[in-house]
Design a binder for this molecule. Structure first.
Ligand code: CTP
Ligand code: CA
Length: 224
C-alpha cells in the first residue's frame, strides 16, 4: 500500500535513494559484505518523503526498519542494485548512500563449497562491480538534475572525496570519516563534509536523522 505523499517543497519530485550494503555471493550459503547498517540512507529516504518527494528506495540487505511512504526495492548484489536504479529512472535527484561492494566473486559456486579433508583452500577470483554512481552521473540522456554521492573514507577525507567527486562526475559528495574510532559506522551520529562546486562545507557532528533532514532541505532548495 502506498502512503499518501506529504505536502512540502519536494511535492511532484521523484528522488531515488540507494542504501545499505550489497552482498556478493561466494556460494549459496556464503557472501562478501561490508559494515554498512543502512541507517543513513534510510533516514535520507524518510526525510525526503517528509518534504513531499516521491521516493524510490533501493536497498541492499540491511537490518534496519524500511522507511514508510516510499517505494522499497530490495536487492542483494551490486549488479542487481544497478538494474533496479536504471529501472527506477527518470528521477529529479538521486542520492547514492549505499556501500556497494567494489568486487564480486566471479567464480561463485552454485553449490555449497566443501572442505576436501586435505586442507585445500578455495581460490576466489574477483571481478570489479559496476560503479552505479558513476554510471548515472555520466548518463547523456535522462540524467537526474542533481546527483549526490557519498564518500566513506578513513584518511585524508576532504582530499579523497574531492577527487572522488571529479572522478565520478556527481554534483555533490557527502564525505565522512568512517575510521573505527569515530564510531560512525553502526552508530546513530554522523559528521559529514558536503563538497559541491562551491567547495567543502563541514557540518557539525549530529544525529543521522538530522544529517538526513539537512540534506533533504538542501536538495529541495537545489531543485527549486
Ligand atoms: N558507488 C556506487 N557503485 C559502486 C561503488 C560505489 O554507486 N560500485 C557509490 C557509493 O554509493 C558512494 C560513492 O560511489 O556514493 C563512493 O563510494 P566509495 O566506496 O567511497 O568509492 P569508490 O569509487 O568505490 O572508491 P574506494 O576505492 O575508495 O572504495
Ligand atoms: Ca568502494
Amino acid at each position: 500500500v502506498e502512503a499518501a505523499i506529504a505536502d512540502g517543497p519536494l511535492k511532484g519530485k521523484h528522488v531515488l535513494v540507494t542504501s545499505g550494503p550489497t552482498h556478493e555471493p561466494i556460494d549459496p550459503v556464503r557472501y562478501i559484505a561490508n559494515r554498512s547498517s543502512g541507517a543513513q540512507g534510510t533516514a535520507i529516504a524518510r526525510a525526503l518523503a517528509a518534504l513531499g518527494a516521491r521516493v524510490t528506495f533501493v536497498t541492499g540487505p540491511a537490518d534496519v526498519a524500511r522507511p514508510e511512504g516510499v517505494q522499497v526495492i530490495e536487492v542483494q548484489t551490486a549488479r542487481e542494485m544497478l538494474a533496479a536504479v536504471q529501472g527506477a529512472l527518470p528521477a529529479d535527484a538521486a542520492v547514492f548512500a549505499a556501500a556497494v561492494a567494489d568486487w564480486r566473486v566471479e567464480n561463485a559456486s552454485g553449490s555449497k563449497m566443501k572442505k576436501d579433508g586435505k586442507g585445500s583452500l578455495p581460490e576466489l577470483v574477483f571481478a570489479e562491480n559496476p560503479d552505479i554512481l558513476a554510471t548515472v552521473s555520466r548518463m547523456e540522456k535522462g540524467r537526474p538534475a542533481l546527483v549526490v554521492g557519498f564518500a566513506a573514507e578513513t584518511d585524508d577525507v576532504v582530499e579523497n572525496a574531492t577527487a572522488k567527486r571529479k572522478r565520478k562526475g556527481c554534483d555533490w559528495i557527502v564525505a565522512n570519516d568512517v575510521s573505527p574510532e569515530t564510531g560512525i559506522m553502526g552508530g546513530d551520529e554522523n559528521a559529514v563534509v558536503v563538497i559541491t562546486d562551491d567547495g567543502a562545507e563541514a557540518w557539525p557532528r549530529m544525529g543521522k536523522d538530522q544529517v538526513a533532514q539537512r540534506l533533504a532541505a538542501a536538495i529541495a532548495e537545489a531543485l527549486g
